[in-house]
Ligand binder design. Structure first.
Ligand code: SF4
Length: 764
């Protein structure tokens, strides 16, 4: 298995396919270990949504294997998917609810935990108003659970200060889609990777973050031109025909510049624009501010290359632009998303096979919370403040209109600020771990210390759970049932294979039972509900007629077709692979997409004398988020046991460090010690990269409280830092680098650096 995974981490798509084919591996299972049954399910890690089977023996999950009939992954899984069953038996699992007594968390009954939290919520609500309760959830629950939680928070507890960690990764895509196309909703499909003639990957290191998508590119018979736009020559850049190493956070200027060239050269699709778009005049005028030479100066990409990229995208029969956190996690993330959409609208590269602006979601069910969860909109993408939509929703679910929130409450970062101000007194954190994942950790810790009550609902004793006053112990993937919707709008079944440990309960059961502790709430919002299927049936009725229409789906259909893409209704009985085709109009008031004039803004925290290096953070294929799920999986930790810092040879020379040495990093907000060095030309001089997963080297101690004003998404990707080496005296700071724009396309080693002799010092 180790060899299989190592091969996969290489750059040869063919090798990876061979390596991860499940048949040879599972053909070797001895009879004694063979599962008694295989349970159909979907991977619970990333937004790719791979189909798989969970092997169960004697009531325990013992294997995971890919579903070879599944269109998403065709039997293949990445290292996390292959070892997913091991997560279930982690020694870090929470077996029972816990209540803090005399400063110590102690196991409790469910009644004690629910009573304590409900009585505190009631008294805080009575004294300070219901909005003094805040809720932070996740992209990891099942859709049925998101819908159930949203109702409890907004209609039961009556607080709209409800958001999720999806705001830390996808909020800019959500708001960008809304402001350009009238609704959230990824426009394309994975099959578009198989149809496109040009594939642009911008801020999307799919090799680490969505590795299975490479298989769809490999199946493309058109030999597509692959353009990778990224300041870092990531593993994904190794597969590019054209690698575009732009300067950090200049992506919006780049897309404005490409749109300028398209109009200057007459490469726009006039017929498409006339029929489908508004705003061309204003955009044309605005783009005069982005002439090619100016854009070349901003981005570091030469004028000739800009023309070549614009030509390829505009004139190819079908162009796909896929993006992820590199675009979204930005102080101008929303507008960068809209700038990408502008380019696709101008060139008519949307709504056809292979032609789409396409966001790739981070988590297995980030889509579920966007659609059902009351976070960024009312269920079914109904806008807050739209009276007709609110009244329609109230009537479908038979609740009084007055209890439907009329506006969105605080976003994630605003919830933390409201805690700082003493406005929010109680926080309920569900299946997320802000004490590793949120920016500016010192500030966050101080804010959380001000709470009167911190409730954490999780399957694992996370860093955040350790601070809780009360813990609700939850089941995890494989222990509960429902659906996940992946990046391409495909809703698929995740079935229960085993029971939760101890007296832990599924999140769905926790929400239902907890609601009984508030007078009249369960009867009002969950009348006669007993199982997730009840939530799904109501969700189907709520989504009927909306863009995200699930009304034609059933659990049985999902299992027989390997998931169904919404919209699914009478018109599209088996779903639709893409949006904004001639049959699916834009959801704006006039039915036309909006071309928007958007401004590029220079870095909010640029490098300076004291902090002359730009830190970029991100993920690695072997670990998941804050490692609550992966920190005990041997194979993953053998491959990536700790954080590392990628540093350019020129900077390494100044610091007198080589690969395997250790460095410290500091920013105006804190310092992180003892990070192992990897000297590499994959990062430009003046930039470094560190993965964010590790609480042992908590890189979010350094990241700033800078957010996109429209989406609330943090700007994780550019932090001004200083590097410290034991060989260079502390008082001496590195000089501000000369940003040369030079970056090498060198081959990246198979795995992250593994310093065997130091592992015991740094393992969690
Ligand atoms: Fe799971 Fe994503 Fe890996 Fe597929 S690519 S197995 S969905 S983590």
């Amino acid at each position: 298995m180790i060899n299989a995974i190592k091969n996969f981490l290489g750059l040869d798509i063919k090798a990876s396919k061979y390596a991860l084919s499940n048949d040879p591996m599972f053909g070797r299972i001895s009879d004694a270990k063979k599962p008694d049954k295989w349970v159909f399910s979907t991977c619970g890690y990333c937004g790719v949504g791979c189909g798989l089977y969970i092997g169960v023996k004697d009531g325990k999950a013992v294997y995971t294997k890919g579903n070879s009939a599944h269109s998403v992954n065709m039997g293949t899984l990445c290292p996390k998917g292959l070892s997913e069953h091991e997560m279930i038996t982690s020694s870090n699992r929470l077996l029972a609810p816990m209540v803090r007594k005399n400063g110590k968390l102690q196991n409790s009954s469910w009644d004690e935990a629910f009573t304590q939290v409900s009585s505190n919520f009631k008294s805080i609500s009575d004294k300070h108003g219901s909005r003094a309760i805040g809720v932070l959830s996740t992209g990891q629950l099942l859709t049925e659970e998101f819908y159930t939680l949203g109702k409890l928070v907004q209609l039961g507890l009556r607080t709209n200060n409800y958001d999720g960690n999806t705001t830390l990764c996808m909020a800019s895509a959500v708001v960008g889609y809304k402001q350009s196309l009238g609704s959230d909703g990824p426009t394309g499909s994975y099959e578009d990777f198989q149809h496109a003639n040009v594939i642009v990957l911008v801020g999307a290191n799919i090799s680490d973050n969505h590795p299975i998508l490479k298989l769809h590119i490999e199946k493309n018979p058109n030999k597509p031109k692959i353009i990778v736009i990224d300041p870092r020559s990531s593993k994904t850049a190794q597969m590019a025909d054209l690698f575009v190493p732009l300067k950090p956070r200049t992506d919006l200027a780049l897309f404005n510049g490409l749109a300028h060239i398209v109009l200057e050269q007459g490469w726009e699709n006039t017929q498409y624009l006339k029929a489908n778009c508004t705003g061309l005049g204003d955009l044309r005028k605005h783009l005069q501010n982005y002439p090619p030479q100016e854009v070349a100066n901003i981005t570091g990409i030469d004028v000739k290359t800009l023309y070549e990229i614009a030509r390829l995208i505009a004139l190819s029969p079908a162009s796909l632009t896929a993006w992820t956190m590199g675009v979204n996690q930005s102080y101008m993330g929303t507008d960068t998303v809209s700038a990408i959409i502008n380019l696709h609208l101008l060139t008519g590269q949307i709504g056809r096979p292979g032609a789409a602006p396409f966001s790739i979601t981070g988590q297995c069910n980030a889509m579920g919370t966007r659609e059902t969860g009351f976070t960024s909109s009312l269920p079914g993408y109904r806008n807050y403040g739209d009276e007709k939509a609110a009244s329609q929703y109230a009537s479908i679910v038979n609740v009084p209109l007055e209890i439907i929130p009329t506006q969105r409450g605080y976003k994630y970062g605003e919830i933390i600020e409201a805690i700082e101000r003493g406005e929010i007194k109680a926080l309920w954190v569900v299946a997320t771990n802000p004490l590793v994942s949120f920016v500016n950790q010192d500030r966050l810790r101080k804010a959380l210390a001000k709470l009167e009550l911190l409730v954490v609902q999780d399957a694992f004793m996370s860093d955040t759970a350790q601070l809780a006053d009360v813990i609700f112990s939850a089941g995890t993937w494989g222990e509960k049932e429902g659906t996940y919707t992946n990046s391409e709008r495909r809703c698929n079944r995740a079935n229960k294979a085993v029971n939760p440990p101890g007296i832990a309960k599924s999140d769905f059961d926790i929400f239902l039972e907890f609601s009984s502790y508030f007078e009249g709430v369960r009867e009002l919002i969950y009348p006669s509900w007993t199982s997730p299927a009840d939530a799904f049936e109501e969700w189907k009725r709520v989504s009927r007629g909306q863009l995200c229409d699930y009304s034609g789906m059933s659990y049985e259909m999902m299992e027989s077709h390997g998931g169904i893409q919404w919209p699914c209704n009478e018109q599209f009985p088996l779903g639709s692979p893409r949006l904004y085709t001639p049959d699916i109009g834009f959801r704006t008031y006039d039915g036309k997409a909006k071309l928007l004039p958007l401004d590029w803004i220079p870095l909010q925290e640029p490098e300076n004398e004291k902090f002359p290096i730009i830190l970029n953070t991100g993920r690695t294929v072997e670990q998941w988020h804050t490692r609550t799920k992966t920190r005990e999986i041997g194979i993953l930790n053998d491959l990536a046991p700790e954080a590392w810092v990628d540093i350019n040879p020129a900077d390494a020379h100044v610091l007198q460090v080589k690969s395997g040495d250790r460095l410290s990093l500091s920013s105006p907000r804190g310092r992180v010690e003892n990070i192992v060095v990897r000297v590499t030309q994959t990062v430009r001089e003046g930039d470094v990269f560190v993965p964010f997963h590790f609480n042992t080297q908590l890189i979010n101690q350094l990241t700033p409280s800078i957010f996109c004003p429209k989406s609330g998404e943090p700007n994780y990707k550019q932090t001004a830092v200083q590097l410290h080496s034991i060989k260079v005296p502390e008082g001496i700071v590195m000089k501000p680098p000369k940003i040369s724009g030079e970056i090498s396309h060198e081959t990246i080693p198979m795995t992250t650096p593994k310093i065997v002799s130091l592992q015991h010092e740094v393992r969690v």
